[in-house]
Design a protein around this ligand. Sequence first.
Ligand SMILES: CC(C)(COP(=O)(O)OP(=O)(O)OC[C@H]1O[C@@H](n2cnc3c(N)ncnc32)[C@H](O)[C@@H]1OP(=O)(O)O)[C@@H](O)C(=O)NCCC(=O)NCCS
Length: 164
Amino acid sequence: MIRLATAVDLPLLGELERAAGEPFRDLGMAAVADDEPFSVAELQPYQVDGRCWVVDVSGVVAGYLVADVVDGNGHVEQVSVLPSFARRGLGRQLIETAAAWAGARGLPALTLTTFRYVPWNAPYYARLGFRELLESSWGPSLRTIREHEAALGLDHWPRLAMIR
Ligand SMILES: CC(C)(COP(=O)(O)OP(=O)(O)OC[C@H]1O[C@@H](n2cnc3c(N)ncnc32)[C@H](O)[C@@H]1OP(=O)(O)O)[C@@H](O)C(=O)NCCC(=O)NCCS
């Protein structure tokens, strides 16, 4: 079941994100796996504003997504699913929830940034209907996000922006 996150959920999400990131290690992307997850303080504004959802599987918080508005579009800021619950369509349900949220707010599209060659990133989002958003079409806030990612060293592996 997808539901809005409550304040009680927030302390669980950092560990969830860390566990979800572990598979990056097998691709030689240890720095991504070791990336600091969102803190409770960082998650709180999303939760308070109704932009943080969790997948609740019989009381276990198995995944979460936080969304923003970026350049007038909905934007998937982070989506994570525990490896022990992976490949059951929970990620897809979270993305569809964000898409419905964006649609209800009259936002014309959903964007995200991700790794081009990681199987559960760009190829996965392409299967969900996203396509590459070329740099020439980035708005100022998306550009800032990409600059921030580059400054963090994430561009050591090719990244891209996508839109649906
Ligand atoms: C991306 C993520 C949220 C998807 O969650 P999920 O619940 O497994 O998603 P779904 O079940 O909807 O779809 C999973 C799809 O991802 C791809 N995928 C997932 N794990 C994979 C793996 N180890 N190898 C290859 N493809 C994989 C497949 O396309 C898979 O679909 P399939 O099972 O039909 O082949 C999850 O993999 C995750 O948390 N990853 C780590 C964090 C991350 O990369 N977040 C996105 C940042 S932009």
